[in-house]
Ligand binder design. Structure first.
Ligand SMILES: Cc1cc2nc3c(=O)[nH]c(=O)nc-3n(C[C@H](O)[C@H](O)[C@H](O)COP(=O)(O)OP(=O)(O)OC[C@H]3O[C@@H](n4cnc5c(N)ncnc54)[C@H](O)[C@@H]3O)c2cc1C
Ligand SMILES: NC(=O)C1=CN([C@@H]2O[C@H](COP(=O)(O)OP(=O)(O)OC[C@H]3O[C@@H](n4cnc5c(N)ncnc54)[C@H](O)[C@@H]3O)[C@@H](O)[C@H]2O)C=CC1
Ligand SMILES: O=c1[nH]c(=O)c2[nH]c(=O)[nH]c2[nH]1
Length: 385
């Protein structure tokens, strides 16, 4: 059967690989001419890695993955470690190591595995029509294509979502700005095999190892939306926001390259349960746009891809029926994680200063088991356990 996928992000490519593996003919249409992922890296937690393993990418993802053995929270102002612990018990509990990876390397791995020849770049969907037997996608350049079903993996600003819901839901500003990028690993910043997060004043600075001796870094600062975005000022702005913070934070600000640093105003969308209509369904951020605060947006897109393929393969009452089953297997899980991320976002970024102070106090008492329980539950409640 011919499947059309809109969007060559993590979701669309994972779905494309999964659907090809069960024998479908798949074509992916992507609006941009050159794929330049927003964001430097991504932590793919064990539930996402299990999906990639299932798609046959076990060795390839391990090659681009950072080696994460430990985790620590550090008081951003004093530089004192609040809690530090091994992630070995998490890995043993869930059966798979998580891998922080460069987005560009993840994207390239997925594109190659899917097949570059089956991706049309520079082709933007502008309209679609489902006549009950076939779906026709129409593109900005005047071309069109027809398939038995269409998957809208077209991200947070999805056009396909408008077709499904009949309206565009509002994106909600989460209240903070995230700057992220890559720097060379140096123990003067943080220990190399550790995910280190400096916290204080409702702000945070985080460093995670990825392959190639690099740290993925991000800074979060609660700020109004719509402030000017000028690369030339990133260092001085961050220097000001983190005035009085410990020396490794200032070392990181000195070393970051503003030309390759990304600035993102963080948004999410209230969860909604309708992801399928006729022969069209949503997948990834188009279906569930989350804040990144539990590192699960991309992982959920991979889960969607695996569940979509299994559902289409194992149900025989027709495409429309299978797409509703896919929706019903995924929407509750996605709702739960979007709301969990929103809650963590609010605690981390001082929406209510007393709750944030209580979290800082909790971190000082933490031996790792509470945090591992939280992360493991995000992982184990996924479709591959
Ligand atoms: C700062 C930040 C940090 C994050 N960290 C993590 C993390 O650590 N772990 C994690 O799992 N997730 C993380 N995420 C979330 C993750 O980035 C997303 O969930 C993931 O990229 C979604 O993939 P997607 O394929 O659904 O959408 P996208 O990556 O947005 O891809 C959609 C694609 O569709 C294309 N497109 C859109 N409209 C059209 C159209 N009309 N026609 C053709 N093509 C179109 C776009 O150009 C794009 O390439 C983070 C997000 C942010 C913002
Ligand atoms: N159903 C379940 O098993 C779970 C439900 N929840 C929901 O959250 C509520 C409880 O929340 P909390 O007590 O705050 O527990 P939590 O699990 O959200 O957080 C506990 C600790 O783990 C950390 N943590 C959680 N996920 C993380 C991640 N991905 N990366 C880094 N650190 C992470 C938090 O910062 C916190 O310090 C429950 O009432 C429930 O609604 C949370 C986790 C598990
Ligand atoms: O920007 C991010 N914020 C987080 O809170 C987080 N957590 C995670 O695993 N990855 C990310 N990325």
């Amino acid at each position: 059967m011919k499947v059309i996928i809109i969007g060559a992000g993590i979701g669309g490519l994972s779905a494309g690989i999964a659907l090809k593996r069960i024998g479908h003919e798949v074509r992916i249409y992507e609006q941009v001419r050159e794929i330049r992922p927003v964001g430097a890296a991504i932590s793919v937690w064990s539930n996402g890695i299990k999906c990639l393993n299932y798609l046959g990418l076990e060795k390839q993802v391990a090659k681009i993955g950072g080696w994460l053995d430990a985790m620590a929270y550090v008081d951003g102002l004093s530089g004192e470690t609040m809690t530090g612990f091994s992630l070995r018990p998490l890995i043993e509990q869930v059966g798979q190591r998580p891998y922080p990876v460069s987005r560009a390397e993840l994207q390239l791995m997925l594109m190659r595995e899917f097949g570059l020849e089956d991706i049309s770049l520079g082709t933007k969907l502008v309209d679609l029509e489902d006549d009950g037997e076939r779906v026709t996608a129409r593109f900005e350049d005047g071309t069109s294509d027809t398939g038995a079903l269409l998957i809208g993996a077209d991200g947070a600003h999805s056009i396909v979502r408008r077709h499904i819901l009949g309206a565009a839901p509002e994106r909600r500003y989460a209240g903070y700005v995230n700057w992220n990028g890559l720097v060379a690993i140096d123990e003067a910043l943080a220990p190399k095999g550790q995910w280190t997060t400096f916290v204080g004043e409702g702000k945070r600075v985080s460093l995670m190892p990825i392959a190639g001796n690099r740290f993925y870094f991000f800074f979060d600062v609660p700020l109004p939306s719509g402030l000017p975005n000028e690369r030339a000022h990133y260092k001085s702005l961050l220097g000001g926001y983190f005035a009085g913070w410990a020396p490794p934070v200032h070392r990181l600000i000195e070393r970051l390259d503003p030309d390759t640093t990304n600035r993102v105003e963080i948004h999410d969308i209230d969860p909604f349960m309708t992801w399928a209509k006729g022969r069209v369904a949503l997948l990834g951020d188009s279906a569930h746009n989350t804040t990144p605060d539990i590192g699960q947006g991309g992982c959920m897109a991979m889960e969607d891809a695996v569940v979509l393929a299994i559902t289409l393969q194992t149900n025989t009452l027709g495409i429309e029926d299978a797409l509703v089953r896919y929706q019903n297997r995924r929407n509750e899980r996605a709702r739960e994680l979007v709301l969990r991320a929103r809650k963590r976002c609010d605690v981390t970024h001082a929406k209510d200063i007393a709750a944030t102070q209580a979290w800082y106090d909790e971190l000082r008492r933490e031996d790792g088991s509470g945090i591992i329980r939280g992360i493991a539950s995000n992982i184990e409640s996924g479709p591959l356990g």
